[in-house]
Design a binder for this molecule. Structure first.
Ligand code: NAD
Ligand code: ZN
Length: 247
């Protein structure tokens, strides 16, 4: 059968074919084709005329001092319970199944990589699917937050139920960072996509890469473009989907 894969998808497909230990590092742009807005892309939350910038609302200080406003923003702008995995999530899950991809490192908090079937996912910024009472530690699933009003309170002890999401000013989980560094160090192909690479320490993880090819798939430029062997400015779902189906 004639291979109809053109241009970028063909190049990416060949890079994937030659690789044995692919690591993917992604961000909010991976989920825009699932209908979840990113922060800094066109149509992202940062382009909205908001009186308080999202990174201020999503900070630990704001959570502590203006808890009710935090939850109002969080429910409205960060929760998309009906979103489904797109071609990017599916292609990455497929690469893992084929034994080619060793880990997905994501800054996303939407759980869509696991929903697509990926098993080895490091959620650098946590997940909206998990929530805990800050006082007694009891765990609550996402529907508990969705059904609650105002500040969600623990029925057992009255403590605040906080999402397991890393807020600005909060540290990332050490174990996750070490695992992510190890995965990148051992990779022979690093694909970075759908991220502005401006949120640290996640973005700085690319500096651990010592392997063969470094590919960026992102609509807008990133501070690490100069390090990349290939840069594709196409929609990540479409490109990854085509590249993997052409393998
Ligand atoms: P970002 O918003 O800073 O950057 C997203 C990048 O993706 C932009 O550079 C944009 O050009 C690119 N992009 C958007 N759609 C694309 C597409 N279809 N194909 C190719 N490129 C595309 O996102 P970030 O770097 O992840 O940093 C934002 C922070 O916000 C992260 O920490 C993340 O946790 C959080 N966040 C998560 C979600 C989510 O879980 N889905 C959504 C919004 C924000
Ligand atoms: Zn409690």
């Amino acid at each position: 059968m004639e291979n109809k894969t053109q241009g970028s998808a063909k190049i990416l497909s060949e890079l994937i074919r030659d690789a044995k230990r692919i690591v993917f590092l992604g961000g909010a742009g991976v989920s825009t084709e699932s209908g979840i807005p990113d922060f800094r892309g066109s149509g992202g939350l940062y382009t909205e005329q908001a009186s308080i910038p999202p990174e201020v609302i999503l900070s630990h200080t704001f959570f502590l001092n203006r808890t009710e406003e935090f939850y109002r923003f969080y429910r409205e702008k960060m929760l998309f319970p009906d979103a489904r995995p797109n071609e990017a999530h599916k292609a990455l899950a497929q690469l893992e199944k084929m034994g080619k991809l060793t880990a997905v490192l994501t800054q996303n908090i939407d759980g869509l990589h696991q929903a697509a079937g990926s098993k080895r996912v490091i959620e650098l910024h946590g997940s909206v699917l998990r929530n805990h009472c800050v006082d007694c530690g009891r765990a609550y699933p996402l529907p508990f937050i969705l059904k609650s009003e105002g500040v969600p309170l623990c029925p057992s002890c009255g403590g605040i139920v906080k999402p397991d999401v890393v807020l600005y000013e909060e540290p990332l989980n050490d174990r996750d960072l070490v695992d992510a560094e190890r995965a990148i160090t051992g990779a022979d192909l690093l694909i970075v996509g759908g991220t502005s690479l401006t949120v640290n320490p996640a973005a700085g993880l690319v500096l651990w890469f010592q392997g063969g090819k470094f590919v960026i798939i992102n609509r807008d430029p990133t501070p690490y473009d100069g390090m990349a062997d290939y840069i594709f400015r196409e929609p990540i779902g479409k490109l990854l989907g085509e590249a993997v189906s052409a393998l």
